[in-house]
Design a protein around this ligand. Structure first.
Ligand code: GLN
Length: 476
């Protein structure tokens, strides 16, 4: 079986009868079994995926004009997206045994267009982390070097595509969780504008930052999957009613772009020299091709991480209060009264990192500290958002690395949460401002590990972002 890296090639082969959907799913199931050591999946829906494949094969024979736009596309979903009658756990013990009563809108929409869900992928617990080591199922490993992490929190999602166990993966991105693992694994990963895809059925971490994102081999596949999932949804009042363009039809970028980058970002001491050099090479290359690439001073860069961790932990402390040992999943066995049930279930059910964030978030929201931390961080967010949006009045895109280094070794970051937080420096701005951003593989860096370039665009400019990304892929 050839490695499929594009939906359109796959669908052409399926229509031409070169392969069947059943063969395809069988191949992917085999791949999953062969890569079990990577720990990318927490559950595989083998029987169901095969049954759906058989239905697709039959439909292709009997009613080929009736298949949906994602027919035959095998997709993995991150373990924070609800899929009716399937378990979902946010990689946490606290949701042990819990089964979804409904499907996330994003999942429902791709299934309605013929996608085949092959399983749910490992991640950092409730999306909190950058390495995928903070999971009750153990760490996911990078397929290019199993001694290294795949990034996080959508680490399993990234590896599921990287190791050729599915064609497309759905992840979520609150502060970089789609783009950074895509960069560490050498694939494409996009977070759309806030509100572009419904969050209904996404287990909330920080609701004003969370977005569903897409990981795939190509910009085209991201574009098509986005087109299917995007759009307003009565179940999510923050989903936007802005019309969804036909992204897939607008993928040619026919003009010269006006691009900026931040000198503060490119000269940041945490940025590894090989990534800096590759990023600067790309700028030169773009200039040679006639695009305008200018340096800007963005003096708010150092405030992004502190403000993000105050605001997201505050939102998390509130969102995660629903896991009380009574309503969902895990309940401690040795509690003898209500208060003990709450305390013991939460103490035993959440990981150390999740508890750290719940406590920090509760602290910044508490009387006496609210103004000093939470209100202040809200103001910082407002400034960052306004300054970012101002930049897009003049420039089409902001370019910056997706991460300051290549993938870390497993265990390298576990003892130093603050070092891990600081490594989110390049991805968090897009979530703070609600803008779309994408990782495109840029090349190989230290130890031959992948390096990514991140492109950000103005709110709801996904069409331009995708078209320019395709152009970038063409020159890289
Ligand atoms: N690494 C960031 C965090 O730990 C981002 C996570 C995410 O986007 N879900 O919060």
């Amino acid at each position: 079986m050839p490695k499929y890296t594009s939906i359109s090639t796959l669908q052409a082969d399926l229509r031409a009868g070169k392969i069947t959907c059943t063969e395809l799913v069988t191949y992917y199931l085999n791949q999953i079994a062969q890569h079990k050591n990577l720990n990318a999946y927490v559950e595989v829906f083998a029987e169901e995926a095969l049954a759906q494949a058989a239905r697709t094969d039959q439909m292709l024979k009997e009613n080929p004009e009736r298949v949906g736009s994602l027919f035959g596309v095998v997709v993995s979903i991150k373990d924070v997206l609800a899929y009716k009658d399937h378990k979902v756990s946010a990689a946490s013990k606290i949701l042990e045994g819990y089964t979804s009563l409904f499907s996330a809108t994003a999942v429902e929409r791709i299934v309605a267009e013929g996608a085949i869900i092959i399983g749910r992928t490992n991640c950092d617990q409730f999306g909190m982390g950058s390495t995928n080591e903070n999971s009750v199922y153990g760490p996911t490993r990078n397929a290019l070097d199993p001694e290294r992490v795949p990034g996080g929190s959508s680490g399993g999602a990234a590896v599921s595509v990287q190791a050729d166990t599915c064609l497309v993966a759905l992840g979520t991105d609150t502060g970089g969780s789609v783009r950074q693992p895509a960069a560490f694994c050498g694939i494409v990963g996009m977070k759309p504008s806030y509100g572009r895809i419904s969050r209904h059925g996404l287990l909330a971490y920080a609701s004003s930052f969370d977005q569903v994102g897409i990981l795939a081999n190509s910009v085209e596949d991201v574009a098509l999957t986005l087109e299917v999932m995007a759009g307003s949804d009565a179940y999510d009042s923050t989903s936007s009613t802005t019309a969804v363009p036909k992204y897939i039809k607008q993928l040619s970028f026919g003009r010269k772009a006006k691009i900026c980058y931040f000198s503060t970002a490119i000269n940041h001491p945490s940025l590894s020299p090989d990534i800096k050099a590759q990023t600067e090479n790309l700028f030169d290359r773009l200039r040679k091709d006639g695009h305008e690439v200018q340096a800007l001073d963005f003096d708010l860069l150092e405030y992004i991480i502190p403000a993000y961790y105050v605001l997201t932990t505050a939102e998390a402390s509130s969102n995660l209060s629903r896991y009380d040992g009574i309503r969902f999943g895990y309940r401690s066995d040795d509690a003898t009264n209500l208060m003990e049930t709450y305390k013991k279930s939460r103490t035993e059910g959440f990981s150390t990192e999740v508890k750290r964030r719940i406590m920090l978030g509760t602290f910044v929201l508490s009387a006496g500290f609210y103004d000093a931390y939470y209100s202040k961080a809200q103001k910082v967010r407002r400034l960052i958002r306004e300054k970012t949006l101002d930049i897009f009045r003049e420039y089409d895109f902001i370019l910056m690395p997706a991460a300051p280094s290549v993938a870390w070794k497993v265990g390298e970051m576990s003892d130093d949460p603050v070092a891990m937080y600081l490594a989110d420096i390049y991805t968090v701005q897009a979530n703070m401002a609600g803008i779309p951003a994408i990782n495109i593989p840029l090349g190989k860096g230290k130890d031959d590990m992948p390096v990514g370039i991140q492109v950000m665009a103005g709110i709801f400019k996904e069409n331009e972002l995708l078209a320019f990304s395709k152009l970038l892929c063409g020159i890289l």
